[in-house]
Design a protein around this ligand. Structure first.
Ligand code: ADP
Ligand code: GLC
Length: 547
């Protein structure tokens, strides 16, 4: 504990495939893995959700003496365990059965019915993290995530002081962040550098100010320079205020959140940060090994090609991939394969989503309800708000032979099958910090219909934009039922007018914005959403805050 270790600690509430409620889990699972492979010393700190984490993915090596924190008058003990996740990712587990041994991560219905004690649960994560540093040695950087990681910066400052480590050596990010430090750096009176990533400004961890006495934090953090926000405790705000650098998960979202339409009351803070160069937008990647149509064990038919799945121009193989996966999925869920009047199989729309207002699925369901004899089939997987789940189930009941819905629970295997079988993936979000589902869907050869916002804007290239390069879908400006119907109808017309592109006609048609289905599928499948570029940007950012 007397010296800094050359390590970066990721702290968050989820880590896929151990435990996942949404995209945060994907990022916490895939970015550390990528950095590790690039030679950076990374550890991931998460709560030990014993009920949720499959035992076979964990290799616990050490258990350390318990730590203790007072929440108000009540002392709580917690444990620290270390080991490896998924074989070789170093992990620190914060064990506190009362808070973390639950059936769900944040609460039921995709977290919509949140556990009432989430404030204390995630304050516990922060105290556990600081205690683990005392025991295991200090990392140079702590990279904490979202409102659930928002108390980490305060607990670190309270425990180790406000003065930040400075390695003060010349060199490159690679040289300093991998291998051993060339000289020892004493940790006396210093804290690690802190990076904070906002994955979604719509969830800020807001609680009553009275509870500030009860989360083991000095009362000085109850100020507008830290967690106080209009008379509430706001975990995300404190995270922003007390970190050395703040990032969010796409360049467009980093712009949007400085505007009051997207800022959820924190746009002023974020504008200041941006103006002082402390807010950066870095696009997420996905784990291309896990999400790989050629090797995915959860789908029924794998892509049968020689290379890694990129650079293929063979539409026939994609067509086979889609049809075989569709047939297998339909037989599992008892949906008949329907054809249109010309004998063409109806395109399948896929949805894999949290069912909250922001995702626009409510409006998508209305679009289908309003549409007399819609020329699609649809498979919907999601959990969230009761009324949206209810509407999805009702649609499936009314259109039994066209729509299937499974709501209320998380289903990893079904999600893979939907990505593999769908022709169109729908994501009409009102805002979307990054969005991983559309990237996964493109990797599995889906054409995208998405809201024109945040990471969707940055990753989907729009067929209606004549200047767009290699369009992979359609971006919707107004994601009301009409806007969504317009987009789906445009895609249907392309699909119905013939799939294959004739090489000579192709160029002329492209100029007119009139694309062929096969070209869009191939474009989509060839978009590369790995971590290579963004991981490099993170490395530079870590380096910036420790030097
Ligand atoms: P968000 O994090 O806002 O929910 P993202 O698009 O970033 O949105 O990530 C969503 C992730 O969660 C994707 O990996 C998606 O496949 C997955 N997902 C969402 N809902 C479910 C569900 N009910 N079952 C399985 N996976 C789901
Ligand atoms: C959040 C956002 C989503 C993003 C994910 C991972 O859950 O809603 O857009 O992709 O975090 O950063």
């Amino acid at each position: 504990m007397s010296e800094f270790n050359n390590e970066i600690w990721f702290v968050g509430a989820e880590m896929s495939p151990l435990v996942k409620a949404g995209g945060l889990g994907d990022v916490m699972g895939s970015l550390p893995k990528f950095l590790l492979r690039a030679g950076i010393n990374v550890r991931v700190v998460i709560p030990y959700y014993k009920n949720i984490i499959p035992k076979n993915l964990l290799d616990i090596r050490e258990t350390y003496p318990a730590g203790r924190v007072n929440f108000g008058e009540i002392p709580f003990e917690f444990g620290i365990k270390t080991g490896f996740a998924m074989g070789d990712i170093p992990i620190v587990l914060i064990e506190q059965n009362h808070f973390f041994n639950r059936e769900e991560v944040y609460g039921t219905h995709g977290g919509v019915c949140a556990y009432k004690d989430n404030l204390w649960r995630y304050a516990m994560l922060a105290h556990g993290t600081a205690y683990a540093m005392k025991i295991l040695g200090m990392p140079l950087v702590v990279h904490t995530h979202d409102w659930s990681g928002g108390f980490v910066p305060a607990v670190i400052r309270q425990t180790f002081g406000d003065k930040k480590v400075s390695v003060n050596v010349s060199g490159s990010a690679e040289g300093i962040l991998s291998g051993k430090l060339s000289r020892s750096v004493s940790a006396k009176g210093l804290r690690p550098a802190i990076a904070f990533t906002i994955h979604n400004l719509g969830y800020q961890g807001v609680y009553g100010l009275d509870d500030f006495y009860d989360i083991g934090l000095d009362f000085k953090y109850n100020s507008s320079d830290a967690y106080e926000h209009f008379g509430t405790i706001n975990s995300l705000k404190g995270g922003i205020k007390l970190s050395d650098i703040v990032t969010t998960v796409s360049p467009t979202y980093a712009q949007e959140i400085t505007d009051s339409r997207f800022g959820f009351g924190l746009d002023g803070e974020l504008k200041n940060l941006r103006n002082t160069g402390r807010l950066r937008g870095i696009l997420n990647g996905i784990d291309l090994d896990y999400w790989n149509p050629k090797t995915d064990k959860l789908i029924n038919y794998n892509l049968n090609i020689k290379n890694d799945g990129y650079g293929i121009k063979d539409y026939a193989e994609w067509k086979k991939f889609k049809l075989n996966n569709k047939k297998a999925l339909f037989s599992e869920i008892s949906l008949p394969l329907k054809k249109d009047k010309d004998g063409k199989i109806l395109p399948l729309i896929g949805v894999v989503s949290r069912l909250t207002e922001e995702k626009g699925i409510n409006e998508f369901l209305d679009a289908l309800f309003n549409w007399n004899d819609f020329p699609f089939q649809a498979v919907i997987l999601g959990s969230g708000k009761d009324y949206i789940e209810g509407k999805a189930n009702y649609l499936a009941e009314v259109f039994k032979d066209k729509v299937f819905a499974q709501t209320g629970k998380y289903d990893e295997a079904l999600s893979h099958k939907i990505y593999a079988a769908s022709d169109i993936f729908v994501m009409p979000s009102k805002f979307e910090p990054c969005g991983l589902s559309q990237m996964i869907a493109m990797r599995y050869g889906c054409v995208i219909a998405a809201g024109d916002t945040g990471g969707l804007h940055d990753t989907v290239s729009d067929i209606t934009n004549p200047d767009a390069k290699n369009p992979s879908g359609i971006l919707i400006q107004y994601t009301d039922p009409n806007g969504i119907a317009w987009a789906l109808n445009s895609l249907y017309n392309i699909y119905a007018s013939g799939e294959e592109s004739s090489k000579s006609a192709g160029k002329e048609k492209e100029k007119n914005g009139n694309r062929k289905w096969s070209d869009i599928v191939i474009n989509s499948a060839n978009k590369h959403f790995g971590w290579e570029d963004s991981a490099k940007v993170y490395e530079d950012l870590y380096y910036d805050i420790i030097k």
